[in-house]
Design a protein around this ligand. Structure first.
Ligand SMILES: Cc1ncc(C[n+]2csc(CCOP(=O)(O)OP(=O)(O)O)c2C)c(N)n1
Ligand SMILES: [Mg+2]
Length: 534
């Protein structure tokens, strides 16, 4: 034995792996680890575990490396499950340490003990209950690798007495350094090249896994060289292509009928960094017209395996696309650029603002490197039309639609990337699921701009109820004052209901958003959208 404790050895792991920002909401079972935390580990408190994990998820997405989370036994992990599922679907690597009661009386099921291993279901990429206290540091090192490889939360459950146990003087069961292959396989390139070369009118569809600088670069070259239109998958969590590029052809519809229509002209569809093909409301029939060949290129096994495709290639998209662009001859063709809707006229006197006013005025002022975090269900299609993602991370949203992601994730993104403007566009209903994240944003100087579209209710749910032909039993909440709630958490608020106020506020806030350290919430009264057809 080395004279060091399991806690000492774990802190070494944190330092070696760069896990030096720790997102948490602590409880008694975590006190033995957290009390007296060294100064070089930055502790970030969030006031609900959904916000803890949401912030860490934003941080991990922004940094492209694991975020560190410490959760409090059953109650903490239980509160975090939805956010952990979102982290998994958003492919955010997280190392999650979950506290547990003292090993020595777990058999007696004391207060705050719990059955933790299965609580988050299938969503963690790895769950470990180390057999001995001495295995904890190695398990956390392994969790780091598991989180990156599996792209999601890796959980290590640690009984509270483990921290003071003596560390073992033995190597960890995890490699010090792990390299992942990123080369392009010649057979895969050849198969895709043959498909594209033989097509008379091919198209690309990009998914969330194409959202990195290398893949954007390779896709731009490929699309330009082959004159390929590029569609964004529907309901993706990230943008896979610059949406202001002439080859960008828009977001695909979220139902099969309209999807078939949009893709009808294309004999080959190559999906890059996504599955074939992501949808939202169910509709009958095929995804694409008969005779259309569908290929998928992704490094996510699940995405490759579930695709309705003639060919799926499980490989790194960036390397393969760069190679395809290099080897395929260039094609001359002019493409008609998909046009963006013109800014709407300001509302007549006495008429309310609409989401379109806010989104087009926002888009005019956003710098190209802005990170837009979307959680505005009824106006998401409008946001796609009016606010193009122009740089990697230009668009971020919750991959499976769980509300409560945007507020904490925007704070985490801003902490990770303090020099980029971070603007969260959030529905009033959505804002309430993790509203306490505003306190953390203020406390830790995460200067995100929160644009809240206050339409007084769950507009999207109301539209869906209309489409279902029944009356919505849920009420609206016009009287609910998000601004006052935000002020209660110490957040600066501007309330807006007129067009000139809107422009003034955006002029004051958006051009300087990159340098903000203090979050601000713009509570903007808008009329509910009347149509929802994503
Ligand atoms: C955690 C969670 N609970 C419930 C839902 C279902 N849901 C989807 S959209 C929505 C309403 C959103 O309201 P708001 O943010 O005000 O947006 P609006 O529809 O008004 O644009 C609800 C309740 C969900 N997606 N996630
Ligand atoms: Mg609403």
């Amino acid at each position: 034995m080395s004279g060091r404790s399991v806690r000492d050895a774990t802190l070494d792991v944190f330092h070696r792996r760069g896990l030096t920002t720790l997102f948490s909401n602590p409880g008694s079972t975590e006190v033995p680890f957290l009390a007296g935390l060294p100064d070089d580990i930055r502790f970030v408190l969030a006031l609900h575990e959904g916000s803890v994990v949401g912030m860490a998820t934003g941080w991990a997405i922004g940094k492209s490396e694991p975020g560190l989370v410490v959760l409090h036994t059953v109650a903490g992990l239980g509160n975090a499950v939805g956010a952990l599922a979102t982290a998994r679907l958003n492919r955010a690597p997280l190392v999650v340490v979950v506290g547990q009661q003292d090993r020595r009386h777990l058999a007696l099921e004391p207060f705050t003990s719990g059955r933790l291993a299965g609580l988050a279901g299938d969503y963690p990429v790895w769950v470990d209950e180390p057999v001995r206290p001495q295995d904890v540091p190695g398990a956390i090192s392994r969790a780091y690798h598991e989180a990156v490889t599996g792209r999601g939360p890796a959980l290590v459950i640690v009984p509270m007495d483990d921290w003071s146990a003596p560390a073992a003087d033995e190597p960890e069961a995890a490699p010090a350094r792990l390299l992942r292959g990123a080369g392009s396989d010649p057979d895969a390139v050849a198969a895709l090249a043959e498909l594209l070369a033989g097509a008379s009118n091919a198209a690309l569809v990009v998914g969330a896994l194409a959202d990195d600088a290398a893949t954007w670069g390779a896709l731009v070259t490929l699309a330009e060289r082959r004159a390929l239109p590029v569609f964004q998958e529907s309901f993706g969590a990230r943008a896979g292509f610059p949406q202001d590029h002439p080859q960008f052809a828009g977001h695909l519809p979220a139902d099969r009928k309209r999807l078939r229509d949009v893709l009808a002209a294309h004999d080959v569809v190559l999906v890059v960094g996504g599955s074939a093909l992501r949808q939202y409301p169910y509709a009958d029939g095929r995804l694409v017209a008969e005779g259309t060949t569908v290929a998928v290129l992704t490094d996510d096994p699940g995405e490759a395996h579930r695709s309705v495709a003639d060919l799926a290639v499980l490989a790194q998209p960036a390397a393969i696309c760069a190679e395809l662009a290099r080897m395929l001859p260039s094609v001359d063709a002019s493409l008609s650029r998909s046009s963006r809707p013109a800014a709407p006229e300001p509302p007549e006197a006495g008429q309310p603002l609409r989401a379109a006013h806010v989104l087009s005025a926002l888009a005019e002022r956003l710098s190209p490197d802005a990170i837009v975090v979307e959680e505005t269900p009824s106006s998401r299609p409008e946001l796609h039309q009016r606010v193009p993602a122009r740089a990697p991370l230009g668009f971020v949203s919750a991959a499976m639609g769980g509300l409560g992601f945007a507020l904490p994730a925007a704070a985490g993104l801003k902490l990770a990337l303090p020099d980029r403007p971070v603007v969260a566009v959030v529905g009033d209903g959505s804002s309430l699921y993790s509203i306490q994240a505003l306190w953390s944003a203020v406390r830790y100087e995460a200067g995100a701009v929160y644009v809240i579209l206050v339409n007084g209710g769950y507009a999207v749910m109301d539209r869906l109820a209309e489409q279902a032909g029944g009356e919505a039993p849920w009420p609206s909440f016009r009287e609910l004052d998000v601004g006052t709630i935000a002020e209660g958490f110490g957040c600066r608020v501007r309330r807006i209901s007129e067009h000139d106020e809107l422009l003034r506020a955006l002029n004051d806030v958006i051009p300087s958003a990159a340098g903000r350290r203090e979050p601000i919430l713009l509570a903007i009264d808008v009329a509910p959208d009347e149509i929802f057809a994503p």
